[in-house]
Design a binder for this molecule. Structure first.
Ligand SMILES: [Zn+2]
Length: 83
């Protein structure tokens, strides 16, 4: 089953976001970003974190656990129970 990238929920996109960034994709070019200010703001935060991480740990490939931490931070922020 193929996902239509124009029809993703924020939850689906945010789960994919660390993968996009981690693999060097331009996440800001993703169709979901064109229609979702929430995820644009989230990506800006992520890129700030990623940039800080790159300065602290100047490695070519960020360690897996770094993205896991970022991903769990996103999921915590995106808790739909409060709104
Ligand atoms: Zn969104």
């Amino acid at each position: 089953m193929t996902k239509d990238p124009n029809n993703m929920t924020c939850q689906e996109f945010q789960a994919l976001m660390p993968e996009l960034i981690g693999s060097g994709e331009n996440a800001s070019a993703h169709p979901h970003m064109q229609s979702c200010a929430l995820c644009r703001a989230l990506l800006a935060d992520l890129e700030t974190i990623a940039e800080a991480a790159r300065q602290l740990f100047p490695v070519v490939d960020p360690p897996e656990h770094l993205w896991e931490q970022i991903e769990s931070a996103i999921k915590h922020e995106g808790d739909p129970g409060r709104g």
